[in-house]
Design a protein around this ligand. Sequence first.
Ligand code: ARE
Length: 474
Amino acid sequence: QWDANTLDNRQVMVHLFEWKWKDIAKECENWLGPNGFAGVQVSPPSENIRINGRPWYERYQPIGYGLNTRSGNEAEFKDMVNRCYKAGVRIYVDAVINHMAASNPDGNGAYDFWRVPYSSSDFNGPQNKCPTPSGIDYSNKYSIRNCDLVGLKDLDQGRNWVRDKIAEFLNNLIDMGVAGFRIDAAKHMWPGDLKAIYGRLKNLNTKFGFPSNARPFFFQEVIDQGGEPVTADEYLNTGRVTEFKYGLELARGFHRQNLLKWFKNFGEAWGFVPDYNSLVFIDNHDNQRGHGGAGSIITHQSPRLYKMANAFMLAYPYGFTRVMSSFSFSDPNSSPPQDSSGNIISPIFYSDNTCGNGWVCEHRWRQIKNMVDFRRVTVGQSLKNWWDNGSYQIAFGRGNKGFIAINNEDFQLSQTLQTGLPSGTYCNIILGDFKNGKCTGPTVYVNGSGYAKFNIAGSGNDDPVVAIHVNAKQ
Ligand code: ARE
């Protein structure tokens, strides 16, 4: 389904890429819950092969459906789901169900995944269902769906046994209280097979407090940038899909390759999937390092543009939004921060709320954290009072709840603009926090007719954005 089963009006999930379960549990309690985050996309919990150097991508090579990984064991997973739920934060599991590992370390032959168990008849390759055994041909549907993705053993989800085993795996997680799934490599599975598997899943666990009849949320990873026979449209009646065009187009706007004034109707009018079908993000764990569907996207490595792009995404009413939280890397294949025995190291936190030990924690940057709140405060409010200077300065409101102005020019933005907001003194949440009725940064005065004066320096300004909303008004 399309609904993310969030608490209240929470609207933003964060991908805590490669975090350990016990660190996520603490983060839910200390940061995500109190700051209005809706949920966490966690790295694949299914047991995986070990690759020398422990690259992050070994997590995408399952050998079974037991819950033992470098992120933690089953007890720690359960504890995380419980504690996050209590903090108002949902857990969404990255479900790797398209395939098993490329090589099988302890089986009797390449297809003997005895932990599930699967055997050669459960895979497309040995059944000769793959028309291009040497690799996927992206111009051929059968090849995309029935051949091994980068050598990963491709499961045949048309078989009852395979459907049952996948459903058992996902139902076990539903019992533990998860709220939904990222379906990894959905593009490489037949939509009808996915439908059959989803149909075998239970409603969400009411013992956790989910309403009865709540269905798991599905967001399906389909990289559709046009030009291939498999399209995102094929997956719309079973859930949301990852809209990869979104981050690419925004990057063009913020890199000044396409005027920001055109973003007035960003979304469906640009050929994206419908709003309620869309999961949007500036970057993800693949394209930030040149894997899967890369292109010229913006990442934490360009912090100024990254904060601007996230502010736009979180203010603009389209799609369900996901914020990325990375570890730093120079080698795209490197491990997450680990000790000499290969254990993942926990992040440490500093007094300014940022983190270290190799972690980036974009979700802790004030500019992003406060825009998560903006999205919640403005939920359901339509786009109003759009203004632009004809090129790279833009501003818009969300009904009478919030307003944002972005200066992506080198020169100053100086404008008196209609905000649509009630009169008062508002905190610029990009530069300050609103605490105990006071703003720790600069404020914006909205007069009795809704107008406010905006002055935003361009080049040389690390944060050329002003955002205000009614819950941060003095
Ligand atoms: C690794 C090695 C490979 C090796 C393989 C098997 O890198 O060289 O052959 O292991 O030994 C991740 C990594 C992969 C890694 C894999 C398994 O990114 O590099 O392979 O884990 O360890 C396509 C898919 C899309 C997929 C991307 C990466 O359509 O589903 O490729 N994304 C998801 C995850 C990834 C993950 C997997 C799937 C596998 O998000 O993190 O892979 O579980 C065009 C097409 C796209 C295509 C893209 C890249 O844009 O339109 O469909 O994406 O090219 O090929």
